[in-house]
Design a protein. Sequence first.
Length: 307
Amino acid sequence: MHKLTYSQVTPKADFLNRRQLMAGVAGLGLAPVFAGHASAKTLEFTKSEYKVDAQTTPQEAATTYNNYYEYGTGKGDPAKYADVLTTDPWSVEIGGLVNNPGNFALEDILKDVTMEERIYRFRCVEAWSMVVPWIGFQLSDLIAKADPMGDAKFVAFETLHRPDEMPGIGWNSRFPWPYVEGLRLDEAMHPLTLMATGMYGEELPNQNGAPLRLVVPWKYGFKSIKSIVKITLTDKEPPTTWNRIADREYGFYSNVNPEVDHPRWSQASERPIGAGLFAGRIPTLKFNGYEEDVAGLYAGMDLRKNF
Ligand code: MTE
């Protein structure tokens, strides 16, 4: 039976309850894990093979040091301001070059997918990094259900645009809202590409992109778009927010690459957040450590040009 990874943050009474629950479901042949704070809603999921051999970032650091410009540009702003976002009800419009388009309630999407915990490295283009236990499902499951047409080559993603619940939209009104991102279809279908609804055994906090965000662990963090409301299959490379803002600095692919520096700083190393005052920088790995899994997607491409 799996161990309760986060039991140290769980009050004892809760912990005992979960053990009873686990005993109850064990007979069904499932291996779910129940974990989390007493305050946040906990999730049911199974552990997966996907984990890295590195210290997990403290939950406190991963949920208070964020980039979510819809809530301001300061690292502490999202944790301060994102509480106002209404994440329930939530639906995702799936369309474009698919045979099964529609506007799907998130709860219906979640009925049909396998929820797993996956511990991934996460590397921001700003050269800080985390190791996060995400909970989510493979994007490939969702795309397969949408049934892409033969000419679909790319997947475009869009974040919610709700200025009255996103004060950063007004504070930064020249930013090209809504936040948009994209992947090539084969990248989107790759088994590592995750749609996350939780982290650290709990539902995603709003500042981390609740209720549904993308996680592409071999790419710089800005590809991992938060609070997704729209997914569109297309035959053309879709525009992406940071590429629109500074195309010399942020390419469409944005695969983590220690050999290609950002025009204004080195990408050779990174600062693990929450690792303590005296923790040093660590070397950045090609494709963020996922080279074996994903390098084949880029065979024949010049990774220096297609950054
Ligand atoms: N998604 C939206 N909608 N808005 C954003 O500002 N920031 C991106 C990405 N997704 C961003 C976003 C960037 S730059 C990073 S590094 C990650 O979210 C940060 O995710 P985290 O706050 O969960 O660490």
